[in-house]
Write a protein that binds this ligand. Structure first.
Ligand code: HEM
Ligand SMILES: *[C@@H]1O[C@H](CO)[C@@H](O)[C@H](O)[C@H]1NC(C)=O
Length: 351
């Protein structure tokens, strides 16, 4: 039986209707309206929260269950999973390039200065991927897994949740050079931070809010040593370090050696996602130079946000959630660009 032109036309109209109504799903557009925080509605990225609604509705549940188990075994595991999303998105976009191992075709970002001996959580991502491949084969991209794990880790640490746009595809390339050039170093000046965030389309508000990730997790001595012993090439400590804090750090981090000794980024509540990070900065107890310069860099808008977040945790949570959504939309591969990797460590078809 042949379809009449009339039928074909209505079929075409119907599928057009479906795709349009999916792209402009009501819950998706209204969510971001009237927030007052600089974050435009974002239909242009092609990402949407309902992306796996029909192909893998249980995806987030699976992610959360793996995260819960990983974090119960190692309470420090939430932080590196949150950080992974940042280190992914800042290097050729949120495309899981950070997960690719060295191979004949890939120069892994894992060996970049900000990542080597520092990034963790890759095994947890592998576990999530394995369970998702079992439940919904060839469906959930590794880039979306990183985004889901970052949100889940935040929530499980007591932080905010957010509606998460999905539909990222995975890259077939990585960029070691990009990782070295685009991820800000811990001894960054405020100008340096603003510049590197602007390069990703992120503003001073995003910088102030996203730095709040340092409410959980740790840093190695090598990441803050310069502040203790040679802040300005004069063999002196950073004068903005509060004195007793300086002495406690010096015990963990000697002038020579001890590079891998760790200290919490928010020593008041190192595994709880809260606003103590900002309170610490106000009293000269930000661990990294990049933390303390948010205040001491005298950039008025950033300074005002740091002070506000220290007072108002709810506002910090709200801005953090919005900035995470914004960061998660940096240059994603969508549609027929990229692929859904079978194994997050390798490009499909490569061995
Ligand atoms: C503003 C610029 C930033 C700089 C300069 C910076 C730098 C660093 C450094 C040096 C460490 C410690 C690494 C080590 O010593 O091994 C660290 C840890 C961490 N960073 Fe950042 N970061 C920044 C922004 C962010 C953002 C935007 C996020 C997430 C959205 C984030 C999440 C984290 C987390 C959760 C940890 C703890 C990791 C762990 O415990 O393993 N950071 N960061
Ligand atoms: C940051 O550290 C790097 C590596 O140790 C060094 O080359 C650079 O000069 C430092 N930057 C600042 C602003 O101190």
């Amino acid at each position: 039986m042949a379809l009449s032109n009339q039928h074909l036309l209505s079929l075409a109209t119907f599928s057009l209707y479906i795709s349009v109504s999916l792209a402009f799903f009501p819950g998706y557009t209204t969510h971001f309206m009237g927030s007052g925080f600089p974050n435009e509605a974002h239909p242009l990225t092609g990402l949407c929260p309902e992306y796996y609604q029909f192909t893998c509705p249980q995806a987030d549940e699976i992610v959360i269950s793996v995260l819960k188990e990983a974090i119960s075994k190692d309470p420090r595991m939430a932080a590196p999973l949150l950080r992974l999303h940042f280190h992914d998105c800042f290097v050729q976009g949120c495309d899981a390039s950070v997960l690719l191992d060295d191979s004949k075709y890939i120069v892994s970002e894992k060996n970049a200065v900000p990542n080597m001996n520092s990034l963790r959580g890759f095994e947890v991502i592998d576990q999530i991927k394995a369970q998702l491949e079992e439940a919904c084969p060839n469906t959930i991209s590794c880039a979306d897994i990183i985004a889901l794990a970052a949100r889940g880790s935040t929530v499980l640490s007591g932080g905010p949740a957010w509606e998460l746009p999905l539909g990222r595809k995975d890259s077939k390339t990585a960029s070691l050079k990009g990782a070295n050039a685009n991820i800000p170093p811990p001894n960054s000046t405020i100008q340096n931070l603003i510049t590197l965030f602007a390069r990703q389309g992120l503003d001073q508000g995003d910088l102030a809010a996203l730095s709040g990730s340092h409410t959980i997790g740790v840093a190695r001595c090598v990441s803050f040593k310069q502040r203790l012993y040679n802040q300005n090439g004069d063999n002196k400590a950073d004068q903005t370090l509060e004195r007793s804090f300086y002495y406690s750090l010096a015990r963990v981090c000697p002038r020579s050696g001890g590079d891998n000794n760790i200290s919490p980024l928010d020593f008041t509540s190192p595994v709880k996602f809260d606003n103590y990070y900002y309170k610490s900065i106000l009293v000269g107890r930000g661990l990294l130079n990049s933390d303390e310069v948010l205040l001491t860099g005298n950039e008025p808008f950033v300074v005002s946000l740091i002070k506000t977040y220290a007072e108002d945790e709810a506002l910090f949570f709200d801005h953090f959630a919005k900035s995470m959504v914004k960061m998660g939309k940096i240059n994603p591969l969508t549609g027929y660009n990229g692929e859904v990797r079978k194994n997050c460590r390798r490009v499909n078809g490569a061995f």
